[in-house]
Design a protein around this ligand. Structure first.
Ligand code: C5P
Length: 326
């Protein structure tokens, strides 16, 4: 089967409304993955979220999102393609769909849009693929409906309504996150960091990992979260060895308790030259920081041969947030 036929076969489709697509205006957006270099989880708040102090970095694993403005009244249509697309919801359970609906309400436009997502970011892997698609749709809607450019702060507010890490995926780069993760400030970074990502077979849902954290800490006094200054210094100076030693994730013990194979996977990092090894966000993807491309290749081979993960990817960071492409 040719590539086009194979990709057609893998494309899954959902639609509200019907009829031929009027390809009047198309916007393409590239949306990155993220890893948390440091993720300190504070107390559970009355609204059900946890207070966070985190450092995000956007990585060069991308979803490509195309948004086409359709004729009035045609409604919203979403399709998902790519090798990571199998388990992605294609209706209003998809955050990209919610992003288009929200943008429509705020811009006072009917969301007559055809959205196509080409997945390159691991699905449900703790790398914010769904949030990044939502950020991409906001970026596209802003461009389509307000081409003179609405203030970035307005898009950020919409992003925060959609999810805790959506604002960061608009901003990109390396950034400090506070609140429930939605208040982001760019961190002055330098240099390029090399990452190897081990994609796990199973899935962990974010709420289940957070509630496991609560159970683990049930009889503890949880202090307000804080970021280790060593992480910010390493980011500023581009010092991969220092960053590797300072990587930190309060969700990791919970993710390991729920999926013990991740512990075995992380142990392979130092055995094969990684400068640091960490569960990415709520997992189950494991992220390994390495010195350079050669080290990345060596670790990739070792992880692939271990049989402990379903796939291995290499990436660099930081990269920009969701941005328009030609
Ligand atoms: O904001 P987002 O939709 O990504 O959050 C998903 C879930 O993760 C929340 O419903 C909550 O259970 C958990 N979460 C949390 N504290 C945060 C962020 C997320 O408890 N700061």
């Amino acid at each position: 089967m040719g590539m086009a036929a194979a990709s057609q076969r893998m494309t899954r489709l959902s639609s509200l409304g019907s009829g031929p697509v009027s390809r009047s205006k198309a916007v393409r957006v590239r949306a990155p993955a993220k890893v948390n270099l440091s993720l300190a989880v504070g107390p559970l708040r009355p609204d059900g979220f946890h207070e966070l102090a985190t450092v995000y970095q956007a990585l060069s694993l991308f979803d490509h999102v195309e948004v086409v403005d359709r004729a009035d009244g045609r409604g919203l249509k979403l399709s998902v393609a790519g090798r990571e697309s199998a388990s992605v919801p294609v209706g209003d359970g998809n955050l990209a769909w919610k992003a288009a609906a929200l943008a429509g309400r705020v811009f006072d436009r009917s969301p007559d849009l055809s959205i196509t997502i080409d997945k390159g970011i691991p699905v449900a892997g703790g790398m914010a693929g769904g949030s990044s698609d939502a950020a991409a749709v906001l970026r596209a809607c802003g461009h389509l409906w307000d081409p003179d450019g609405q203030p970035e702060s307005e898009l950020m507010e919409l992003a925060a309504q959609l999810g805790s890490d959506v604002p960061f995926l608009l901003l990109g780069g390396t950034a400090v996150g506070s609140g429930r993760g939605e208040v982001v400030t760019s961190a002055m970074g330098s240099g390029v960091f090399h990452w190897v990502l081990a994609l796990s077979d199973g899935q962990l849902t974010t709420p289940s990992v957070y509630s496991r954290v609560d159970r683990i800490r049930a009889d503890q006094d949880v202090p307000p979260p804080r970021i280790d200054p060593a992480v910010l210094l390493a980011v500023r100076t581009g010092d991969a060895a220092a960053l590797g030693a300072a990587l930190y994730n309060d969700l990791q013990p919970a993710a390991l308790a729920l999926m013990p194979v991740l512990g075995m996977l992380l142990e392979l990092g130092p055995e094969h030259g990684a400068l640091g090894s960490i569960v990415s966000g709520s997992g189950p993807t494991c992220a390994f920081l390495v010195a350079d491309e050669d080290a990345a290749l060596e670790l990739t081979v070792a992880l692939s041969a271990s049989g402990l993960c379903r796939a291995v990817r290499r990436a660099t960071g930081p990269v920009p947030g969701a941005c328009l492409v030609d």
